[in-house]
Design a protein around this ligand. Structure first.
Ligand SMILES: *[C@@H]1O[C@H](CO)[C@@H](O)[C@H](O)[C@H]1NC(C)=O
Ligand SMILES: *[C@@H]1O[C@H](CO)[C@@H](O)[C@H](O)[C@H]1NC(C)=O
Length: 263
């Protein structure tokens, strides 16, 4: 009777110990080989720490790594693999892990070579900088209004999405989304501080105090649609998925277009 619980405990023990190096409630997700494959297939920029629960450097790094994971969630996922666990030994070998911790950023899942962490002290600030800088930039900057039509034309086989904001630069959020949907959606950025360009499309200068706008040109169309949801990662990602699977509301009521580029 006592035999079963003891066996169960022995099976569970390695998992509990490895999870314990990260603080409770951490955004760092432990991966097994299947989870690792899934993370790589998503094509997202993600960070993986290869650790061992007994390693002092790993224990010291864990709160900083966890803080960075929290700051960058949900834009850049932070993962960890416990290389002490039997199930992960092969994965850690394939990843060339020779010491702990080994940190790698994967800029685009398995489609781009990973880069090791070589940015000095293992602090959350350094982790955040390193991970953010590693996101490939697939956003096209459209500084002048007259850059926009040519870009729309060039990419007309894809849905095209333009962020209009007040800044000269686009935020990490936009860079991350452009990377996640690369070759499926085309991302542009235009600085429109006083809303002139938006107004020229018939989208009024300010909507409920929002300072940025997201406009979408469906594939093959030159008629823009204003995105009316929240400009955060999850709602935007949901919206983009609905464009890709054809379920977005505006795709059902797309205006008829006569010959393009003619009055
Ligand atoms: C990842 O990228 C590949 C190659 O570009 C593509 O075929 C695949 O659909 C992408 N996966 C996801 C989840 O976007
Ligand atoms: C947009 O602004 C114009 C004036 O610039 C105004 O006439 C119009 O009613 C506004 N439309 C909406 C939907 O607020």
């Amino acid at each position: 009777m006592i035999l079963f619980p003891v066996t169960a405990l022995l099976v569970l023990l390695p998992v509990m110990v490895s999870a314990a190096i990260f603080p409770p409630g951490t955004k760092v997700k432990m991966l097994d080989p299947k989870g690792f494959q899934r993370a790589m297939r998503s094509n997202k920029t993600s960070v993986v720490a290869f650790v061992a629960p007994w390693c002092g450097h790993c224990q010291r790094m864990a709160p900083e790594y966890s803080k960075a994971a929290e700051s960058l969630s949900p834009l850049i996922p932070f993962y960890a693999v416990d290389c002490d666990a039997e199930v992960n030994k092969r994965l850690c070998g394939e990843q060339g892990v020779q010491g702990f911790p080994t940190l790698k950023v994967f800029p685009r899942g398995s489609l781009a070579p990973p880069e090791p962490y070589e940015s000095g002290e293992r602090t959350s600030i350094n982790f955040i900088r390193w991970a953010s800088r590693s996101v490939p930039n697939k956003v096209t900057s459209l500084p002048r209004v007259y850059d926009i039509p040519a870009w729309l034309d060039r990419k007309s086989d894809l849905p095209r999405i333009i962020l209009l904001n007040r800044d000269k630069k686009f935020p990490l959020l936009w860079q991350v989304l452009a990377n996640n949907y690369w070759k499926k959606l085309a991302f542009g950025h235009h600085s429109d501080p006083d809303g002139t360009f938006a107004a020229s499309l018939g989208f009024n200068a300010t909507v409920e105090g929002k300072t940025s706008k997201v406009i979408v040109y469906p594939a093959g169309s030159s008629v823009p649609v204003l995105y009316e949801g929240t400009t955060k990662y999850e709602p935007l990602a949901k919206f983009f998925r609905s464009i890709l699977d054809g379920s977005a509301d505006f795709l059902q009521t797309l205006p008829e277009q006569s010959v393009r580029d003619e009055l």
